[in-house]
Design a protein around this ligand. Structure first.
Ligand code: MG
Length: 344
């Protein structure tokens, strides 16, 4: 469909050119295309709906910071609709409520990270990062020294995100970091063909207030403990998971399947696989576990859940999980990050 010039878009949306420029600068309504030569902005017709919403909320006198929050609310989310509805009612009736706080409850995380080489491997090809806003686990592959490089590369690409990323940018920031890491792996493989087989998995969480960005590729995992139940919130990109999804094997056959290690997606030098990206809502009281397959390939899910539900301190819980993997023979490197969400 043809793009609209700024003038056409301004007329159709009821916003002035000056307002459009401001909303672009604020990240509320970026143009679909900016001509690199002339700097002219163009918009897609599909952006009109968002522009009209902004214009309408401005007519109500809503502050830009609150409009930003409204625009990032997932439209299908019932809780988000309730928040928006109660905000609009309070706003129009003259009551003063803080929309930013309502939708973006300030939360903090208490976290611990543990990794172990295991009892069989000569190297630890897992890599991890845990900070106040970012948690990440990567499991490298590709033989001696190369797997370590691959997992460290993706962790290094993510590390700069452990700052205040706006909630509207969580998924973009994660996506860009993963693509940057993929580019680095390609450059390394081009410079040194012995590295062409290296790759890595990645599971990472990035916080902004109560919003949580999740990026995932491969068979590292994230689990959520909420209200006394444990949920696996990532899906393994493995052959056995695909066979399981198709009903071609049963849960009991996974552990003995000859190709249970085979990954269908990972970050490597040869493929442009898309990572899974998901925006989630965190709550005070949630607990997250990020772990490499050295844990779930060795320790059954009930034992993992039991530790998560019964060991209160995150560091004690991470240590207990690592011990289970070692007691199970420690055939692989194992890494665990346990993080508790608390009110800031
Ligand atoms: Mg592993």
């Amino acid at each position: 469909m043809a793009l609209l010039s700024t003038g056409e878009f301004a007329r159709a949306s009821g916003l002035t050119r000056k307002a459009l420029r401001l909303y672009d600068e604020l990240g509320l309504l970026p143009p679909a295309r900016v001509d690199p030569g002339t700097g002219y902005r163009c918009y897609e017709p599909a952006q009109l709906e968002r522009a009209r919403l902004v214009a309408w909320l401005r007519q109500l006198g809503m502050p830009l910071a609150a409009i930003r929050v409204v625009l990032v609310l997932p439209s299908a989310d019932a809780a988000a609709k309730r928040t928006l509805g109660s905000f609009l009612i309070s706003y129009l009736s003259g009551k003063d409520i803080d929309m930013t706080a309502a939708a973006n409850e300030p939360l903090a995380i208490r976290y611990a990270v543990r990794t172990d080489i295991g009892l069989v491997r000569e190297d630890n090809e897992d890599a991890a990062y845990a900070g106040g806003r970012l948690l990440a686990v990567a499991d490298g592959m590709g033989g001696h020294a190369h797997g370590e490089v691959a997992s460290a590369t993706v962790i290094e690409a993510l590390r700069p995100l452990d700052v205040a990323v706006p909630s509207s940018e969580l998924l973009n920031a994660l996506d860009h970091a993963v693509r940057r890491a993929g580019g680095t792996l390609r450059d390394m493989a081009a410079a040194d063909p012995s590295r062409s087989g290296m790759g890595t998995t990645l599971t990472a969480l990035l916080w902004s207030g109560s919003q949580l960005g999740l990026v995932h590729i491969g068979d590292t995992r994230a689990y959520l403990v909420r209200d006394g139940e444990v949920f696996q919130i990532t899906r393994d990109h493995t052959l056995v998971q695909a066979l399981l999804d198709d009903g071609k094997i049963t849960e009991d056959e996974v552990a003995s399947h000859p190709k249970r290690m085979l990954l269908l997606r990972a970050l490597d030098a040869h493929h442009d696989f898309e990572p899974d990206l998901e925006l989630r809502e965190a709550q005070a009281g949630d607990r997250y576990l990020l772990s490499s397959d050295g844990l779930h390939a060795t320790v059954d899910v009930d034992a993992i859940a039991n530790v998560l539900l019964t060991v209160a301190d995150p560091d004690d819980a991470a240590a207990a999980l690592i011990k289970l993997a070692i007691d199970g023979g420690g055939p692989d490197n194992v890494t665990c990050i346990v993080a508790d969400v608390v009110a800031a």
